[in-house]
Design a protein. Structure first.
Length: 486
């Protein structure tokens, strides 16, 4: 579960890094028959009886102290192989890995535990592997047991544990051994919502103490909200490294290759609006040219079916703005040029706070709004979303994007589940870091007012009434006179 790995770097600048990976590759030899392995040893390289399989190929990245990073990708992309190399379980075939400090690793379920030992014995076993004395582990035992919350099972063999109990104990041990780098491979997916909340609170406290964390997960919401950076792998190769939000958008593009023909295949036969003047005079308000953002420096993640041509953030009077009072309405305007025919456009916006938590995310499907059908390449889609900012004062970023679904799926919107519709949606163009804005205190009655606590203001109502005291006749009479002597 944990190990010491790597050497301390020599310069102050390099000392800021917990992990440095340079051109790391891992190759495996695949044999069709087991006996070919033995035959190969006697051929002295004259003939190859195996095929080369590159689990990783020329992957490079850095991680500073106190930063969080995700490694994402489809199954078989090399994510777990990369974590095992960082943990020292595997050696790379080529390249260099430098890890400064002690590594805590939650890799495969059960790794580092002896199934015949009790939970308590496995706690001491992992401490011994790390060079931590039994006495020190005993000092941390109460903290470990409190976090794991498995009760009397701590003194039962771990082979009798459920997967949830196993992960709770493993996570508790790994995060209580003063690791400098923490590696987690899908472990949080096993626990329930309460366990995940407790885990992320623990991870956030470790990050604030300077622990570097690498997470491998297929839960993209977790990646976006917890991780600052991400590396996207595909078939062992590094496709992207940078912000977690952009990496997630690029990951979704990989997952949707099978949708392209379905979404565009019947666009020619779909009912069309008149091409002429379709978006020129709709009667909808559109901001003046000076309100729009310069998109030349804004990253667009696209499958080359669409591109964003206009973006503006305005107040309720249609004026460009970057700061809004709590409770005010912001209007997000976007325009996209279609580079391929599509059937039904899906357009939306997402708002995140400074901790990466998504506080709002909604698209045209969820609004059940009317949309054009059967759009040709060259047409433009204009979108406006009005959002009442009943959120906490602070700094926020926003993301915009356009996707597409087939007309057939759109007609079944009320009977197809969100999960199914998500997998049938073809993502065309996303701006994962479109811009930012501030929410300030509401200036009601001339003074700064806080309209609610917490991240968001949930719809609801309250009532306060006064209730008179119950009549004294309904109360038992308690005498204060001393009892008479018999």
């Amino acid at each position: 579960m944990s190990s010491d790995h790597g050497a301390t770097t020599s310069t102050a600048d390099e000392g800021d890094y917990s992990i440095r990976v340079r051109n790391v590759s891992k190759i495996y030899h695949l044999y069709d028959r087991p006996q070919d392995r033995l035959r190969q040893a006697f051929l002295w390289g004259r003939k190859k009886l195996y095929r080369d399989f590159w689990a990783l190929r020329d992957v490079s990245f850095d991680l500073k102290r106190g930063q969080t990073m995700a490694i994402i990708g489809r199954n078989g992309s090399g994510k777990s192989t990369m974590l095992q190399i960082l943990a020292g379980v595997l050696q790379p075939s080529a390249g260099e890995v430098t890890v400064n400090g002690r590594v805590g690793a939650l890799l495969e379920l059960g790794s580092g535990f002896n199934p015949e030992y009790t939970g308590r014995e496995n706690v001491h076993l992992n401490g011994a592997i790390l060079g931590i004395s039994r006495g020190r582990m005993d000092q941390r035992m109460d903290e470990i047991l409190s976090f794991a919350d498995i009760g009397q099972f701590i003194d039962q063999p771990v082979k009798t544990y459920s997967s949830g109990m196993f992960v709770r104990l493993a996570f508790a041990v790994t995060t209580c051994v003063d690791a400098d780098v923490l590696l987690i491979d899908e472990a949080l997916a096993v626990g329930d919502v309460f366990f995940r909340q407790k885990c992320y609170d623990r991870l956030e406290s470790l990050r604030r103490r300077g622990v570097s964390i690498i997470l491998v997960s297929h839960a993209m919401n977790d990646v976006e909200q917890f991780c600052q950076h991400a590396v996207l792998l595909d078939r062992g190769e590094e496709l992207f490294k940078g912000s977690a939000a952009e990496a997630v958008r690029r990951y979704y593009l990989l997952e949707q290759e099978h949708l392209e023909q379905k979404v565009a295949g019947s666009a020619n036969s779909a009912s069309r609006e008149s091409d002429h003047g379709q978006f020129e005079d709709t009667g909808e308000f559109w901001p003046a040219d000076g309100a729009f953002v310069d998109l030349s420096a804004v990253t667009q993640v696209s499958n080359e079916w669409a591109t964003c041509t206009a973006l503006a953030l305005c107040d309720n009077a249609g004026r460009p703005a970057g700061s809004f009072e709590q409770g005010a309405t912001v209007s997000v305007f976007t325009e996209y040029e279609l580079l391929r025919d599509i059937e039904i456009p899906v357009v939306g916006a997402v708002i995140q706070n400074d901790k990466g938590v998504i506080v709002h995310g909604k698209n045209s499907l969820q609004f059940r709004t009317e949309v054009p059908c059967g759009l040709k390449a060259g047409n433009r889609v204009r979108f406006r979303q009005d959002i009442k900012l009943e959120i906490a004062p602070g700094e926020y970023t926003y993301e915009v994007g356009i996707a597409a679904v087939s007309n057939e799926d759109y007609q079944k919107l009320d009977v197809i589940s969100h999960v199914d519709m998500h997998h049938r949606t073809l993502r065309l163009c996303h701006l994962p870091a479109a811009g930012h804005f501030a929410v300030t205190y509401n200036q009601q009655h001339g003074s700064a007012q806080l309209l609610h606590y917490g991240v968001a203001n949930l719809p609801g109502d309250c009532r306060v009434v006064g209730v008179s005291s119950p009549a004294k006749v309904n109360r038992p009479v308690i005498s204060t006179e001393p009892a008479a002597k018999p």
